[in-house]
Design a protein around this ligand. Structure first.
Ligand SMILES: *Cc1c(COP(=O)(O)O)cnc(C)c1O
Length: 387
């Protein structure tokens, strides 16, 4: 195999390019009409009342946490098995972070573990829809309500997924949902992200904080306007704006998102078929209803039964053109979080998962033939080193 396959990549069409070029020829590269148009399209797609598009998914999480207005003695709980941004957003706001272990079948936040981690300072929960599979939001929402905690969904993996009859992002069981549009995700704007919410107060906060905390709306001024140039900076915000160039790409991509989701589901079906019954290799539990927009396809290899290490397996896969990734190193094992008092043994299911997992290539451009070839490479490698 001469082609190199990574775990994820974007799908860019001629139409996408056309839409981006149109903006480049227009007067507005940023702060123009495309951003608002993209936000309206995200509302239509997710069913949320408001959407605020921002510079990236991390900014989306950061602004969502800030919009809650929590005091620094409060705590946010997320999954240990996610990208560091899911936890870092709380640290940016000066809040404490805690984790709740995963459900082994889905690698999502486990509500039973969550119920044990919730404490008197817990004011927000950040469930991560791992690989696109929605968390058990009804149970998480019940726990959050009992604790007086807000919910911000980290849906960086999950645009296009459905949960309990509505799209992820509808905020049916949460206060806000954060998306990322990085090129490895299901929909891309290059860099980009968005927060959706049904709450007008959160929406206002998000809009304000995205643009330095500045308002130009006379109805919101606390002082007297000096003239038509007047604006007020009312809070310490950021420049987390997304450009019209990116928004135009997002709009164009959003028109194809159902196709992306459908193709990802087909690829997962082929992998599942090709990799079933392979000793030493297991998969996450199947989503029996087609509700998941799959972002990743992780396999779980029991290296205690293999004669090679994961490092060696990565080398052998790389030699076959598969340049893969591991999702994720548990956050509580990162040096920064260890310095805050976390360490090995605290979230054993996430740690055990990390020891086994490898993400196979999953993106719409893969053909069934390529998926079968990749699966065959994995099968052969695992089978020939199984002890
Ligand atoms: C990608 C990702 C983010 C961060 O998004 P960026 O757009 O890269 O800032 C946050 N959480 C999860 C789970 C992600 O996968």
């Amino acid at each position: 195999m001469h082609k190199v396959y990574s775990y994820g990549r974007q799908s860019i069409s001629r139409g996408d390019i056309r839409e981006v070029v149109k903006v480049l020829r227009s007067p507005w590269l940023t702060q123009g009409p495309k951003v608002a148009e993209f936000e309206r399209a995200l509302c239509t797609y997710t069913g949320a009342k408001y959407a605020v598009a921002v510079a990236n998914g991390t900014a989306a999480l950061h602004l969502a946490i800030l919009a809650l207005g929590l005091s620094p003695d409060k705590e946010v709980i997320t999954s240990p098995l996610t990208f560091v941004a899911s936890a870092n957003c709380a640290r940016y706001a000066g809040l404490s972070v805690n984790f709740s272990d995963i459900d082994e079948g889905t690698a999502c936040m486990d509500p039973v573990s969550l119920s044990k981690q919730i404490g008197p300072r817990t004011r927000a929960i950040v469930p991560v829809h791992f690989a696109g599979r929605p968390c058990r939001m009804q149970e998480i929402a019940t726990l959050a309500r009992g604790a007086g905690a807000y919910i911000i969904e980290d849906a960086a993996h999950a645009i296009g997924s459905d949960y309990s009859g509505s799209k992820v992002g509808s905020c049916a069981f949460s206060d806000m949902t954060a998306f990322s549009f990085h090129p490895v995700k299901t929909l891309t704007t290059g860099e980009g992200g968005a927060v959706t919410t049904n709450d007008g107060h959160f929406h206002e906060k998000l809009v304000l904080l995205r643009n330095h905390g500045i308002t130009k709306d006379p109805a919101k001024f606390s002082g007297e306007s000096d003239g038509p140039w007047y604006y007020e900076m009312q809070e310490l915000g950021y420049n987390y704006r997304i450009t019209d160039i990116q928004a135009a790409l997002g709009l164009s991509q959003l028109k194809r998102v159902q196709k992306f989701v459908a193709r990802r589901r087909e690829i997962v079906r082929v992998y599942r078929k090709e990799l079933s019954g392979l000793d030493g290799c297991s998969l996450l539990s199947a989503d029996d209803d087609p509700h998941t927009a799959y972002h990743l396809f992780p396999i779980l290899v029991d290296f205690s039964r293999l004669t090679i290490s994961r490092k060696k397996m990565f080398e052998l896969l790389e030699a076959k053109g598969l340049r893969l990734q591991v999702h994720y190193i548990p956050i509580h094992l990162q040096p920064y979080y260890r310095a805050l008092g976390f360490g090995p043994g605290m979230f054993p299911r996430a740690e055990a998962y990390y020891q086994k997992t490898i993400s196979l290539p999953l993106y719409p451009a893969l053909s069934d033939g390529e998926v079968k070839k990749i699966a065959a490479i994995v099968r052969t490698l695992v089978a020939s080193h199984y002890a």
